[in-house]
Each structure stands twice: as C-alpha cells, then as structure tokens.
Design a protein around this ligand. Structure first.
Ligand code: FAD
Length: 598
C-alpha cells in the first residue's frame, strides 16, 4: 500500500547542499529531508581539501580575485552573475559555519587558517594564494556533522534510507516526490508545496572514479524523463590525483602543502606546462599534462601513471611548501592525516618514504539541473518550474563552467543551498498545496513490479561494467569523434538490453539488487546525454578536451548546452527517445573571455 505524507518543503538528499537548504528553509517552513543514505554518510563527508573564501587571513585576498579565478578556471563558460554571488557570499557563509561550531583549523592568533589550492590566485593570476579554509583534510566531514546537528536542533524531519524514484510535475508545477522505503520496499508519496533536489553527483557512469557507489544521479534522471532539461552535461571533471587503478582521491590539499608531480625521468614536469602555478594549475590542465607525459613515454616505467611526491626532502629541495616555507614530516602528518593514511592503506606505501603512483580519475559533474541564482529549476532558458529547486553538485547554476576549481564545490553547496532554502521558505509562505495527480506513484510501482518480476536474462552487473568501461575509455580526459560515437552506440545498445534485466533478489527487505538496477537505468540515461553532448561540442574547453578540435571556439560555442528528453513526460525507467539539444547564452559581466594561461 502507498503511504502519504505532507510537508511544506521536501528536500531530496542530505549532503552539504540538502542540509544547508533544510536548515534555512526550516526557519519558517515544515521541512522533510528524504535521503537514500543516512545523512552523515553522504558524499560531502569525503571532501578532504577545503572550502574557498577570500577571507584574507593569511595574505591579502579579495572576492573579486576569487570571482576572476572561478571564471577563468571555468574557461569562461561560467555565468558571471552567479560567480559574483559565489565569491561574495562565500565569506559570510564561512563565518556562519564557524558560528555554528565548525572546528576549522586556526592560526596562532585564532583566525581560520587557509591553504593554497589549484587555480586560486592573488591579483588576477599573479601568484598562488591561500584561500581554502579547512579542518585538516576532513573539511567535508565537519560540514556534514555541523549542519546535521543544526538541522536536528531546528526540528527538520528526516526520512533516512528512503530512495526517491520520481518527481511529481504537472503543468509546470512541482507537487512532491515518490520514494521507496529501502527497509520494506513500500512506496511513499511526499506531497509538498516545494521540492529541492540535492542528490549529488553521478560519477559512477565511469569505471575509474573518485565517486562513491551511490553517486548515480537518480533524481537528475527522473527530472530529465519528466521534461526538465539538463545543462552542460559534457563537462565532467577528471581530477589528476586518483590512486593508480583505483581512482580513490588524494586531494589537491596535498599539492597545497607542497607535493609535486614527477615523471619517469624524475622531472617536475608541471614547470614546463604552467610556469606560474606549476603543480597548482587547475585540474583539467593537470590531468591533460599527466596524460601528455604518459603519451610521450615518460609515464613511470612506461606505464600510464606518474608519481605524486610528498616527501619532505623533495618539497624542501623544490621550495614548493606553503609560501615557500620548509615543511617537516610532523607538519604533513598533521595537515594531511587522511590522505597519507589512504596511500598507506590502499597502496601499502609510506608517502614519507616513497612517491605515490597516481592517474586522473572521473570526479565531478560540472553540468546538471539548470537553476537560477535562487536555486529555482528552469524549464527552459528562462522560465522557472513553480515550486522546484535544486542545489549542490546535481545542479548547474552555473559557477563551474567548463572546469571547477578545487574547494569551489563546498562553497557552491553552502552558498546556493542557503539561497535555495531561503527562497523556498518564502515561496511556501504564499503557496498552497497544488493537488496531486491521481495515482502519483503509478509509474514507480509499474517499474519496480517489472524489475521484481525479473523475467529477462541480462545481468545488471555486466551492463554496468560495459557502460563504465566505455565511458572511461572513450569519453575521458581526451576525446575524439570516433571514440565518442563508439561509446554512444554502446550506451544505446545497453539501454535496449536494460529492458531485459534480471535481478536475483525478489524479496522486499533492503533489496539493494533492485535499487542498484534502478540506479543503473538512471546512469545509462545520464551517460547517453554526456556522450551525446560531448560529441556535439566541436571545440576544446576546460575539462572537455577534443583531439579533433583542439582550440576553444568562442564564435560558435561560448554558450551552454541544454539537453531535452524528446519523450517529454516519459514514465519512470530508461528513456527511449532522442535527445533534443539547444543552446543558452553565457552571462558575462566583468571579465571578457581571453586565452587561459597559468
Ligand atoms: C573524494 C572527494 C573529495 C572532494 N573534496 C572536495 C574538497 O576538498 N572541496 C570541495 O569543494 N569539493 C570537494 N569534492 C566535491 C564535493 O565533495 C561534492 O561535490 C559535494 O560534497 C556534493 O555535495 P552534495 O550535497 O551536492 O551531494 P552529496 O554530499 O553527494 O549528497 C547527496 C545526497 O543525495 C542523496 N540521494 C542521492 N540520490 C538519491 C535518491 N535517489 N533518493 C534519495 N536521496 C538520494 C544521498 O543520500 C545524499 O544524501 C570532493 C569530492 C570527492 C569525491
């Protein structure tokens, strides 16, 4: 039997974005957070490095420099009105977190301590600047704990381990969501005046990725199937420092503390490619240069990886420590405890004695659900969907453009999570509950009945592996037409085969078999859009690097790509129709596009 609930505001996802929105919405509205993970297990908890804000606690800094770095880092595809809000509001948001009790690292005088991160500079690109606020290398974990406690204090209602399958949209008005209670497989309908989607990223479409098993973009796919466009899906970030073969992330905080890339000849090769910022060049560039070294035969032992060298003697010899200062083993152990532990646990290497093998890993979705600066979801280039909001990695506001700077995601969550939460609270004050359609859960029930019946013969794990290999192999750091066409064909064939999937567990209690199969359907839709959007964009910009179109082409492509589901209003389950693409102009205010050099 379907269970019904009613709340002013429903937030899907309990990561940094969802909790920040819930906290602010709950000041006046009755709020429920529906999350497939227990809140403190959300992926925000893995964010190691830091959160950017031009506090200027260590050296002079300004929000305008932060805005400039964000726009340049995003290869001028960033909407500059949004980037200005990000950089200005970051300062206030950090102080707000501090006042909530977040245990930031401190300078001896008691100020919030900051460190360097890739692409963050002083005076419009002159030199690296210390802008990342941090709690050792556990910043995201501390954000989650702090916000969760505040939400509990504010009496937010949590529905943990509830899996959202569908968003109820009719006549351009959002009316709630449909979810499966994971413990029982029961269906729940949440009727709401406003819904905010904060479901995080969807990197599990790739084989080598820093993303957790749960990052599958289910509510993003649900909105697409219901007719909401997705923006800039071709821009997926590859982070340069995944642990070799595993993809597990060793955060850029390591390079902020002085670690450097070394090739097979023992050279610090970033000096050649980015003479000013060197190893602290933005991620898209560092990822490409690592592969360039590999292609030129300078990968370690001729293989497809290079070293990241954390050893104090290397850092001190190259004077790459923070502010050129000498570093000690004790300092590194204190500043990077989890990162050093990861290398020890996963590789059996002591990074204080030996360099660590790394390779680029799929990391962050720059694209997603289009929103305005108040988190309102856009039905097209300008019109908002009444009562529907999105924030965090699943949203595209767009402050990351073609390449996100490190530490700018956490700041995106808190700045736009807060704005979205506030706006939806105001919306709820004047809105009434739009009626639910008859049998709002019908499509979810039909899809789960089909999956439970398991009449087919295709194994979900085999389909998932094939998709992930195709995406990592053919829609990776370097891209070209032939490879991407092959990936697209593979994904489309997998979507056909998905119609015949068979699961083993037909029970009702914590049936992760059926839920993971449903997640696979969502990933297949998002992988198709990613590959198709990348194939269509015939230029190289930020994280989208084409071997067959190596130059940035502002004349034709200084615009966002918008992907619409041709079967607008499709039921739950993979889509079958073509993707319709459109363009949206980039908002340019202060900084005109120019060549991007570091
Ligand atoms: C290893 C790693 C390190 C990083 N380090 C940094 C860093 O130092 N600085 C920085 O700025 N950024 C960093 N990032 C990026 C940043 O952490 C993420 O982009 C950000 O935390 C995403 O937050 P979010 O709130 O959007 O989503 P998440 O924290 O991923 O939360 C998503 C939420 O949605 C819920 N959800 C998803 N699907 C469903 C569904 N179907 N039904 C119900 N609930 C659902 C989940 O349960 C979860 O609660 C890092 C990322 C990784 C992977």
């Amino acid at each position: 039997m379907t269970q019904h609930h009613q709340f002013d505001a429903v937030i899907v996802g309990a990561g940094g974005a969802g909790l920040m929105a819930a906290l602010h919405a709950s000041k006046t509205a009755n709020v429920a957070v529906v999350s497939k993970l227990y809140p403190t297990r959300s992926h925000t908890g893995t964010a190691q490095g830091g959160i950017a804000a031009a506090l200027g606690n260590m050296e002079p800094d300004s929000w305008e420099w932060h805005m400039y770095d964000t726009v340049k880092g995003g290869d001028y595809l960033v909407d500059q009105d949004a980037a200005e809000i990000l950089a200005r509001d970051a300062i206030e948001a950090i102080i707000e977190l501090e006042h909530m009790g977040l245990p930031f690292d401190r300078t001896p005088e008691g100020k919030i301590e900051q460190r360097r991160f890739g692409g963050h500079t002083a005076n419009f690109g002159e030199k690296a600047v210390m802008r990342a606020c941090k709690a050792a290398d556990r910043t995201g974990h501390m954000i989650l704990q702090t916000l969760f406690q505040q939400c509990i204090k504010n009496k937010v209602n949590f529905f943990n381990e509830f899996f959202v399958t569908d968003v109820i949209l009719e006549d351009n008005v959002c009316r709630g969501v449909v979810a499966i209670e994971m413990a029982t497989s029961e269906i729940h309908v949440f009727h709401a005046k406003a819904v905010l989607i904060a479901a995080g990223g969807f990197g599990k479409m790739f084989q080598v990725t820093s993303n957790a098993h749960t990052l599958t973009g289910d509510p993003v796919a649900a909105l697409y199937r219901r007719g909401v466009p997705l923006e800039d899906m071709e821009f997926f970030q590859f982070h340069p420092t995944g642990i070799y073969k595993m993809g597990i992330l060793l955060s850029e905080a390591a390079r902020g503390e002085g670690a450097v890339f070394i090739n097979d000849k023992g050279e610090r090769f970033m000096e050649r490619y980015a003479p000013t910022l060197k190893d602290l060049a933005p991620r898209d560039m560092a990822s490409r240069y690592i592969y360039q070294e590999v292609r030129d035969g300078r990968g370690i032992g001729g293989k497809d990886y290079v070293y990241m060298d954390f050893r104090p003697e290397t850092i001190n010899r190259l004077k790459s420590g923070p502010g050129g200062k000498e570093v000690t083993r004790e300092h590194l152990e204190k500043a990077l405890p989890d990162i050093l532990e990861f290398a020890r646990v996963y590789l059996g290497i002591d990074p204080m004695k030996d360099p660590v093998p790394i390779q680029p890993t799929a990391h962050y979705a720059m694209g997603g659900i289009p929103t305005d600066v108040d988190g309102r979801v856009l039905a097209d280039n300008s019109k908002a969907v009444a009562g529907l909001y999105a924030a965090g990695e699943c949203a595209c506001v767009s402050v990351h453009g073609a390449n996100r700077l490190g530490t700018n995601s956490l700041v995106d969550l808190v700045v736009f999570g807060r704005r979205g939460g506030k706006h939806m609270a105001d919306f709820c004050k004047q809105a009434t509950f739009a009626p639910l359609p008859a049998n709002a859960a019908r499509d979810t029930a039909a899809e789960f009945d089909r999956l439970h019946a398991g009449k087919g013969h295709e194994r979900p794990a085999a389909l998932r592996n094939t998709m992930q290999k195709a995406m990592t192999g053919d829609v990776g750091v370097f891209r070209n037409e032939a490879d991407m066409e092959r990936a697209l064909d593979t994904v489309r064939e997998l979507k056909e085969r998905y119609r015949n999937v068979k699961i083993d567990d037909t029970g009702k209690i914590f049936n992760t078999d059926v839920l993971e199969t449903f997640e696979l359907g969502c990933l297949l839709d998002l992988a198709e859009i990613t590959a198709a959007a990348a194939l269509r964009r015939t230029e190289s910009r930020g994280g989208h690097s084409r071997e067959d179109y190596q130059a940035r082409d502002d004349a034709n492509w200084l615009n966002h790509s918008m992907a619409y589901c041709a079967m607008n209003g499709a039921a739950v389950g993979v889509t079958a129709g073509d993707i319709k693409f459109d363009k949206k102009p980039v908002v340019i205010t202060k900084f005109q596009p120019k060549e991007r050099k570091y």
